[in-house]
Write a protein that binds this ligand. Structure first.
Ligand code: GLN
Length: 485
């Protein structure tokens, strides 16, 4: 079936003429119709638009056209603007927003010939770890529909895992690509801060947000990164650093590399099955010639508190624009400008978003700025320095992505702190700005996916993909598919 193919397998079949893009897109649309009512991974499926893009792709190919993704159906997190296609950030406040422009990443996908099949569900404004904070209802994990798919890019992760698209795009502010990738048994890459333009990404926390691929295997992550990486003058934080060919050298193995294993990432309360799977993965790479070194990242324990000052502070500023005036939802019945603002923001935002705006506004307010925001930024530097020091001795770092397998839907919604603790192992990379890739490395006894992450120095995406690909070659966890109940 075409929908079980990876992007690189699919491209071969499209290029050889064995399959047409219209056949492939039709197969995916049928599968979405049959399966997605159980998962709720899409907010919008662009049936007509996708078939039209597929027709165009087939026409281009018949005329000798080629493109890295020509005719391949890709799903995009609903945080990225798509011209003429609803973009909601899973918020009531943007429920009917149709952008007049494409985000940089979506523009790049289209240039490469991708078919944008639809927009995936997420936690509202990317705030969450379970995709339960969506105005459009929770997304479910394809491996067990009573479990969360992770978040905030849970729709993208579930859609890739359930074969509802060939690959997807997510965004990662504190783990939102890697954590759902781990929960759904797929590959998710958070690039270096500045590697991929955020132009047209609905901002959550601008010093942390990064866009990246979510795919069925490691090679596909490299294929998508090749398409979306690069300089963009419309994002002032985008780095003008040459783009590698991330697919080349991916099979070069790990001989001669030193893998750092941070003691602080094997935390108290970690699930024993996660611990075992990750340690076995590290051993597997040792058997293939890597040197393993125990390291310390001593400021790891401050990452969650630092993040939950900085991210809400930036969010409170970024979300000031949803005031009912410029675009998006406006509440009815207000009798003054101020009461219109209040009612719009009261009704337009969900509980978690309001909680973050309040936390962030408090942390930035006069008299508290130095005590909270400035202090958090200083500790952030210490966290970054831990990594810089570690990378003087090791090539990459390996650790679990999430301390436990995915939890039950509803299990943590009443306790925000418990929810926040799900990100203890992913947030650090965002605070430091370094790249990280999560990939499946095993299953729990009740067949829930377990993920391992490989973190690397700035702009070493190629290196972490190579390590991940080597591990994938011995584990083959990516070949397992969920049975959707
Ligand atoms: N779960 C984290 C949060 O709620 C990270 C989310 C993200 O990376 N977008 O903020």
């Amino acid at each position: 079936m075409p929908h079980s193919l990876t992007i690189h397998e699919l491209m071969e079949k499209l290029d050889s003429g064995e399959l047409s893009s219209q056949q492939v897109v039709k197969a995916y649309l049928d599968r979405i119709e049959a399966v997605d009512p159980k998962l709720n991974s899409f907010v919008t499926v662009d049936r007509e638009g996708a078939m039209e893009q597929a027709r165009q792709a087939d026409r281009q190919r018949a005329e000798g056209g080629r493109g890295a993704l020509l005719g391949a159906p890709i799903a995009v997190k609903d945080a990225l603007a798509t011209k003429g296609l609803k973009t909601t950030a899973s918020s009531k406040s943007l429920e009917n927003y149709i952008p007049p422009f494409d985000s940089f990443v979506v523009g790049k996908l289209k240039e490469a010939g991708a078919v944008i099949i639809g927009k995936t569900n997420m936690d509202e404004f990317a705030m969450g770890s379970s995709t339960e904070n969506s105005h459009f209802g929770a997304t479910r994990n394809p491996w067990n529909t009573d479990k969360i798919p992770g978040g905030s890019s849970g729709g993208s992760a579930a859609a890739v895992s359930a074969d509802l698209c060939a690959g997807a795009i997510g965004s990662d502010t504190g783990g939102s690509i890697r954590q759902p990738a781990s929960c759904c048994g797929i590959v998710g890459l958070k690039p270096t801060y500045g590697r991929v333009s955020r132009f047209g990404l609905i901002a959550f926390a601008s010093s942390l947000d990064q866009v990246g691929p979510m795919t069925k295997d490691v090679a596909d992550a490299a294929v998508l990164l090749n398409v979306i990486a690069g300089y963009d003058s419309l994002d002032s934080t985008c780095a003008d650093v040459a783009v590698d060919d991330y697919t080349s050298g991916i099979g070069d193995g790990v001989e001669g590399l030193t893998i750092g294993v941070p003691r602080e990432y094997f935390v108290d309360g970690m699930d024993p099955e996660v611990d075992r799977s990750v340690r076995e993965s590290i051993e597997a790479l040792e058997n293939l010639g890597a040197r393993i070194k125990s390291i310390s990242l001593p400021h790891t324990k401050y990452a969650v508190p630092v993040y939950y000052v900085i991210a809400p502070a930036e969010a409170s500023s970024n979300l000031a624009r949803y005031d009912g005036v410029k675009y998006g939802f406006r509440a009815d019945g207000a009798d003054s400008l101020v009461s219109m603002y209040e009612a719009t923001r009261m009704e337009g935002f969900g509980a978690e978003v309001k909680r973050r705006i309040m936390l962030g506004t408090y942390a930035l307010s006069s008299g508290y700025y130095d005590a909270y925001y400035l202090k958090a930024q200083k500790v952030r530097t210490l966290i970054r320095d831990d990594f810089l020091k570690a990378f003087e001795e090791v090539s990459v770092i390996m650790a679990p992505t999430v301390p436990t397998p995915p939890f039950g839907i509803g299990e943590k919604t009443g306790d925000p702190l418990q929810m926040y603790l799900n990100d203890v192992l992913t947030i650090n990379a965002n605070l430091a700005g370094i790249p990280g890739v999560s990939m499946p490395c095993g299953f729990s006894a009740d067949r829930l996916p377990i993920g391992v992450q490989v973190l690397g120095p700035y702009f070493k995406e190629k290196l972490i993909l190579r390590v991940a690909r080597t591990l994938e070659g011995v584990l083959s966890c990516n070949k397992a598919k969920p049975v959707i109940n």
